[in-house]
Design a protein around this ligand. Sequence first.
Ligand SMILES: *Cc1c(COP(=O)(O)O)cnc(C)c1O
Length: 359
Amino acid sequence: MTESLNLFIPGPVNVSQKTRNAFSSPIIGHRGADFKKLYASCQPRLQKLFGTKRPVYISTSSAWGVMEATVRNLIQPSEGKVLNCMNGAFSDKWFDVSKRSGFQAEKLQVDWGQPITPELLRARLEKGDIDLVTLIHNETSTGVLSPLKELSEVTQEFPNVFFVVDTVSSFSTMPISMDEYGIDVMLTGSQKALALPPGIALFSVSQKAMERAKTTPGRGYYFDFLEFQKNHEDDMTPSTPSIGHIYALESKLDDIFQEGLQERYDRHAHTNKMVHDWVKERGFEFFAPQGYRSLSLTCVKNIKNIDVSAWISRLKAKYHSIIDGGYGKIKGTTFRISNMGDETEQTIAELLTRLDDVQ
Ligand SMILES: *Cc1c(COP(=O)(O)O)cnc(C)c1O
């Protein structure tokens, strides 16, 4: 077996022993009463975390499955047009996914490291012909948090536009309200902010978006929103889900609500600030501008020209811990430290001391 590493990369993150124990619960049939009970027990708490009265669906896929599904379920072929807000690796990729799915897509591109601003979004939507906007709330590749509330005020000025938001690395680390923000599809994955093993995605669909899906051809089967809803009415998923994940999710929801939502948000804010203080004290800079910095990870500009990959190798060799050496085109010129999931004041303090030690 591979030796276990402490993961301070922004996903996948460390999965607790308690969660792993739940994950390896005995398998049950996915059409039986025990499964339905398990599924139903997650619903109210998921709805609370999503800030919605709509159902929350469980997809056995990574987040990309649902990200692609939003376009396929909501865009009418040859008519509809997607506007992909782009400011980093994940948001840029969504444009590519829209095109590969055969749809018309347009870029709303800003430089990596910058947020998507309400002014920019409004200016484009005012020109018309956009049916769906995709936004990554917290761009994990650059550590940029775009102003979701302000952006949602803009999209709500355009009631014919569907607003799709990826909250993969921000979900449950700060308050997000799907209903209040008028979000049409909100989604998250398992292995980042939720600190579950990789392999499922969670999402919710507004009434308006569900109505649209009914008229969209080519939704396929596996990711058909209507199938999710139909099965949800019986506390089930369309196809055989990863049952271990749903046990793990139930256990994680217990943890989250036992800790308390405000306490969870405060913990993330606190551990994030610890990393920020360290960055400043060591003479580094942030990749993201002030006011738009992620609360669940920190993307650091390597202005000291440190050999990041050698540094991480030493951290790994001596302390069995890793941070991330930068994503895609900013590899080496940046590095990222995650404070997502179950990290505490103690584990972050320990990591920062270790980083200093092996520098
Ligand atoms: C990691 C990540 C994804 C993709 O997740 P997969 O699990 O690889 O599908 C999408 N969006 C954001 C913001 C991410 O951080």
